[in-house]
Design a protein around this ligand. Structure first.
Ligand code: CAA
Length: 287
């Protein structure tokens, strides 16, 4: 297991993360099949990938021929059965343990014995997800960061029963597609979110405590701490709902008050002010 060369990759779920991961794979020359629950959602993801590759052509970072070849490597499906010949399947579906369990059972019944099953979860335990598989040794976390095509890091998460061979194969694959992987244990938030989520929560608390505007808070962290983007702009990019969910999951694992989402973020999530994807969060967007 895990020694097979990864020739074909499956991606389950083509939302922001899944579409980004599929883009990374096809750009790196890997045949990829992406699965969405409807053909329309699949097509929307393909259009998004085509848009970003088109921008790369406009900026002369890629030729039109390379873009067409990359898009040609992307197949779309609505059927899990189409993952039968994949060497690696990366799950990037909704962050709900019941959804993940159903998917991993279906994947288990579909893929070859030596295929690797990875999850891009950021909020759930990889060990708990792997428990739905008859072969938890082949289940590993591959946690990409948003936006996946731009962020170099991939956390390779070793769950309780993941084999070292599978960890190594996932690590090597991440390197092959141009990423900078690290290895870590399956603890709440892994490495980056364990640090970044309470930090972003603190930033939101400081908004009220320090009587600073949203714009000035972002300015403070960009120009005083060298962040590439301000904390509220980052929360809008990640999605307020995604952040609140991940924050609650880390809080339930560690029970440290800083891990819990501030009421202001929960209220935004309840009000549908989710950031870029709904056109309004801390800021307004028209794209
Ligand atoms: N999404 C966005 N842009 C993409 C893209 C994609 N999927 N694929 C390609 N691109 C291209 C765009 O087309 C764009 O070029 P154009 O403007 O010409 O169209 C280019 O990449 C990005 O250009 P920018 O000028 O916006 O790039 P930048 O230099 O400002 O950097 C950034 C953007 C990389 C997002 C940077 O601001 C950054 O590093 N921000 C921090 C992001 C971060 O911390 N992410 C982690 C979030 S936490 C997380 O993800 C964990 C979790 O589990 C929730």
């Amino acid at each position: 297991m895990g020694t097979t060369e990864i020739r074909k990759v499956g991606v389950v779920g083509l939302g922001t993360m899944g579409a980004g991961i599929a883009q990374v794979c096809v750009q790196a020359g890997v045949e990829t099949v992406g699965r969405e629950i409807s053909a329309e959602l699949g097509e929307k993801a393909r259009e998004k990938i085509a848009h970003f590759l088109g921008r790369a052509v406009e900026k002369e970072r890629m030729t039109a021929k390379e873009r067409d070849a990359a898009l040609g490597r992307l197949a779309l499906t609505t059927e899990i059965a189409d993952f039968a010949d994949c060497d690696l399947v990366i799950e990037a579906a909704f962050e709900d343990i019941a959804v993940k369990h159903e998917l991993f059972e279906a994947l288990d019944a579909t893929v070859r014995e030596d295929a690797i099953l990875a999850t891009n979860t950021s909020a759930l335990s990889v060990t708990q997800i792997a428990a739905a598989s008859r072969k938890p040794e082949r289940v590993v976390g591959m946690h990409f960061f948003n936006p996946a095509p731009l962020m170099p890091l991939v956390e390779i998460v070793r769950a309780q029963r993941t084999s070292e061979e599978v960890v190594d194969a996932a690590y090597a694959f991440a390197q092959r597609v141009g990423k900078e992987p690290i290895r870590c244990n399956d603890t709440p938030g892994f490495v980056v979110n364990r640090i970044l989520i309470p930090l972003l929560n603190d930033c939101v608390r400081v908004l009220d405590e320090a009587g600073v505007s949203v714009e000035d808070l972002d300015k403070a962290m960009r120009f005083g701490a060298g962040w590439p983007m301000g904390p509220t702009a980052l929360l809008d990019l990640v999605g307020i709902d995604v952040h609140v969910h991940a924050s609650e999951a880390i809080w339930s694992g560690l029970r440290e008050p800083r891990m819990a989402p501030p009421p202001r973020l929960k209220a935004m999530a309840d009000a549908g002010l989710l950031g870029r994807k709904t056109g309004r969060g801390f800021f307004e967007y028209d794209d």
